[in-house]
Ligand binder design. Structure first.
Ligand code: ZN
Length: 201
C-alpha cells in the first residue's frame, strides 16, 4: 500500500474517481486536485448535479435509454421517424450515434450482447421487447447497429432469426474502410469485409 498523502476524505474521493472509465489512479489524483482547487466553481456544482441526476434518472420503459423522463426524450420526439428502430448494445452507442446525427429514428438498447462465454443469454437482454416493438404498426426497418465483434454478430444473427415473421426490413451497419482510412493500415478482417460488402460506384 502506498502511503496516503492526504486525509481519508480526500483519499476516498480519489479512489472513487479512479473507478471512472478512462481514469487511472494518476489521472484520478489530478482530477481530485483540480476539483479541490476549484471547489466553488466546480466541486459544489458537480456535487449538486450528481445529486439531482441521482434523483431523476430513469431507464426508458420503451427503448432502455437513460433519461430524466420516461418514456425518454428520443421516444417522445414526434419529429423522429417512428418506422425505424436502431438496435444498440449499450446507451453509450445510442449517444454516439446521436452525437454523429447519424440517423433520425428511434432506438432500442439491448443492455449488452449475447455472450455464451460470459453467461449472457437472450433472457439477460431486452430482446423480447424489441421483437414486440418490431411488430408494431409504424415500424418498417430494424437497423442492427451492433459491434463488429463475434458477440455483436452472434446477437445480430439471433435477432434476425426472431424477426423473420415480422414485416420489417432488417439491416446492419456496413463494415469496411473507415472515412479517411488508408487501406495499408487496416486489419485483414476489415479489409475482407470491405471487399465482400463492396457497393456499385
Ligand atoms: Zn426511450
Amino acid at each position: 500500500m502506498p502511503t496516503a498523502v492526504a486525509g481519508p476524505e480526500i483519499e476516498r474521493l480519489i479512489q472513487l474517481l479512479a473507478r471512472l472509465p478512462g481514469l487511472g489512479p494518476r489521472s484520478a489524483r489530478r482530477a481530485a486536485l483540480h476539483l479541490i482547487k476549484k471547489r466553488e466553481l466546480l466541486m459544489a456544482p458537480l456535487a449538486a448535479a450528481l445529486e439531482t441526476a441521482m434523483e431523476k434518472i430513469e431507464i426508458c420503459k420503451v427503448c432502455g435509454n437513460i433519461d430524466t423522463q420516461n418514456p425518454c426524450t428520443v421516444c417522445t420526439d414526434s419529429r423522429r421517424d417512428a418506422s425505424i428502430i436502431v438496435v444498440v448494445a449499450d446507451v453509450a452507442d445510442l449517444w454516439a450515434l446521436e452525437r454523429a446525427h447519424a440517423i433520425n429514428g428511434r432506438y432500442h438498447v439491448l443492455g449488452g450482447t449475447l455472450s455464451p462465454l460470459d453467461g449472457v443469454g437472450p433472457q439477460d437482454l431486452s430482446i423480447d421487447t424489441l421483437i414486440s416493438r418490431a411488430h408494431e404498426t409504424p415500424v418498417k426497418e430494424v437497423i442492427l447497429a451492433l459491434n463488429a465483434t463475434v458477440d455483436g454478430q452472434t446477437t445480430a444473427h439471433y435477432i434476425t432469426e426472431l424477426l423473420q415473421d415480422a414485416d420489417v426490413k432488417v439491416t446492419r451497419l456496413a463494415h469496411g474502410v473507415p472515412v479517411g482510412g488508408e487501406l495499408d493500415y487496416l486489419d485483414e478482417g476489415t479489409l475482407t469485409a470491405a471487399i465482400k460488402q463492396r457497393t456499385l460506384f
